[in-house]
Design a protein around this ligand. Structure first.
Ligand code: UD1
Ligand code: UDP
Length: 373
């Protein structure tokens, strides 16, 4: 059989973290696959951190990021640039990941060029058009354009079946996030921010960046965190702040006068996994962090009203707390003060796979092309 030419396309930090294991797996199977890596660079610095950590060298880099970029800017630039690269390289299959605007625009370009499209992390749903925004519709529309669906769990497979996607094109693979997590956590981990957190203090790791949380919701969550620290002197917050200007502004306005809140630059993924493993608990509105924390046995207060990761809630590790000031404050105090609640949420249980998702995805692609010939 001829080698299968696989184009992977991604643009942001979380897509890169979850596509890197797949690219590395293709590097181990060069007899069967030719890999073409395309980055849109919807993120620049945060993408480069991941490329560096996993030693991935893109074949094409669109370098589109600019301050104040709109969803329209990202969509139109990716659509146009992708079309030229598809025409020049003629891949057998194009793989996109998740739910960003890079994902949707690259999928549309693949469809317009009549190329086979595979969706990694297919089938996640909240069924709420604006939560998360625009990710819920990005992933629904991507699934409508896809030919092969790599669903991380049985639940995501069920979501796809509900929408009448063909069962024989859906593969349960686990999440490639867990492939990435396998080798990163080290017992002898050191980081300068840990030197700033005195021994015996409980460290809460925070991330928050979603578009629908920017503005009032973000400010009220930050204020709740700050007020909890006033009444619990043994607690410190470490917060690697997303580079989005709206997030930077809110975080610095609320926390700059707060000695026990450590605002730092976005961490490289290895450091982030290790700090997660060292934290007392995590507060986040991130999607990827909700997948990683259950394997680490770390409780997570999810700063959102909906989640497309119900498996982590069922496992007991994630609790949806939203963004209301009183609710966030009370849930933090509860988790800090109630050892039973803390214990219940700290069971390490991993609903997102065994770390071999990339292998299953490539096996499924191999079978698909065997049957086509
Ligand atoms: C994007 C994705 C979101 C994902 C998130 C991961 C969309 C619509 N949103 O949101 O689904 O959860 O990435 O983090 O696709 N910036 C930098 N340097 C960087 C990265 C971002 O300066 O390395 C700044 C830029 O000013 C940029 C802004 O952040 O304009 C926003 O980036 P953008 O990709 O548009 O949105 P995110 O909120 O990061
Ligand atoms: N992450 C990271 N550095 C950080 C914060 C998060 O490497 O400072 C990783 C984290 O381990 C997870 C991913 O980034 O794998 C989540 O990305 P993000 O929260 O930006 O996006 P989302 O998952 O919400 O789309």
């Amino acid at each position: 059989m001829n080698k299968i030419k696989v184009m992977t396309v991604f643009g942001t930090r979380p897509e890169a973290i979850k596509m890197a294991p797949l690219i590395k797996e293709m590097e181990r199977r060069t007899d069967n696959f030719t890999s073409i890596t395309v980055v849109t660079a919807q993120h620049r610095e945060m993408l480069d951190q991941v490329l560096h950590s996993f030693n991935v060298q893109p074949d094409y880099d669109f370098n589109i990021m600019h301050q104040g970029q709109t969803l329209n800017d990202i969509t139109t630039e990716v659509l146009q640039k992708m079309t030229s690269v598809i025409q020049a390289t003629q891949p057998d299959i194009i793989l996109v990941h998740g739910d960003t605007t890079t994902t949707l625009a690259a999928s549309l370009a693949a469809f317009y060029q009549r190329k086979t499209l595979g969706h990694v992390e297919a089938g996640l749903r909240t069924w709420n058009k604006y939560s998360p925004y625009p990710e819920e519709m990005n992933r629904q529309m991507t699934d409508n354009l896809s030919d092969l669906y790599f669903a991380p769990t049985e639940q995501s497979r069920q979501n796809l079946l509900l929408e009448n996607h063909p069962a024989k094109q859906i593969f349960i693979t686990g999440n490639t996030a867990i492939d990435a997590l396998k080798d990163t956590v080290k017992s002898n981990f050191q980081h300068e921010v840990l030197d700033q957190v005195p021994a015996g203090q409980r460290m809460i790791l925070v991330t928050m960046h979603r578009r629908e949380n920017q503005g009032k919701r973000m400010y009220q969550v930050f204020q709740a965190m700050k007020d909890v620290l006033l009444v619990r002197p043994d607690v410190e917050i470490v917060y690697p702040v997303h580079l989005s200007p709206a997030v930077q502004k809110a975080a610095h306005e609320v926390f700059d006068d707060c000695a026990r809140v450590h605002l730092i630059e976005p961490l490289d993924v290895i450091d982030f996994h290790n700090l997660s493993a060292r934290s007392y608990f995590i507060m986040t509105d991130s999607g990827g962090v909700q997948e990683e924390a259950p394997s680490l046995g770390k409780p997570v207060l999810v700063l959102r009203d909906t989640t497309e990761r119900p498996e982590g809630v069922a496992a007991g590790t994630l609790k949806l707390v939203g963004t209301d000031y009183d609710r966030v404050k009370n849930e933090m105090l509860n988790l800090l003060d109630d050892p039973t609640e803390y214990q219940q949420m700290s069971q390490a249980s991993n609903p997102y796979g065994d770390g071999h998702a990339s292998q299953r995805i490539l096996d499924a692609i191999t079978e698909f092309f065997k049957e086509k010939k």
